[in-house]
Design a protein. Structure first.
Length: 127
């Protein structure tokens, strides 16, 4: 099995789980698919439409993660209030918001990568 194929399979197995874990509790208005349903859609993706649907799903997940990134960045700025700036660095809430923003940014990037892989697969599929 070539390296590109192995990387593709890794993305398909690990990243949906990572997305679900990081976005746990976030109600995504675009698709109420459960983790099991997403995994089933991935496992059964054979046609161009299947891959286009998954690409759209991951694009929407990326948009949701982007929204969360922006929210946490805004919250981080709220913690510049003098009441918070005297806190010890390890307890300073701004750092938590910055970390969450960074994690959601990574989730966005990975979902975009998955969407691109499915768009590519759709283009390569004859059905």
């Amino acid at each position: 099995m070539n390296e590109k194929c192995m990387a593709y399979q890794w993305h398909l197995r690990v990243l949906p789980v990572l997305t679900a874990v990081l976005l746990c509790g976030c109600n995504s208005p675009h698709d109420s698919a459960t983790q099991e349903q997403v995994e089933e859609r991935i496992a059964n993706a054979r046609t161009r439409a299947d891959h286009q649907g998954l690409a759209q799903f991951f694009e929407q997940e990326a948009q949701e993660a982007r929204k969360r990134t922006v929210e946490h960045m805004a919250m981080s700025m709220r913690y510049t209030d003098p009441a918070w700036t005297g806190s010890e660095p390890w307890t300073h809430p701004r750092g938590h918001c910055d970390t969450l923003a960074s994690l959601f940014e990574k989730v966005e990037q990975e979902n975009k990568a998955l969407a691109a892989l499915h768009r590519q697969r759709a283009a390569e599929t004859s059905e």
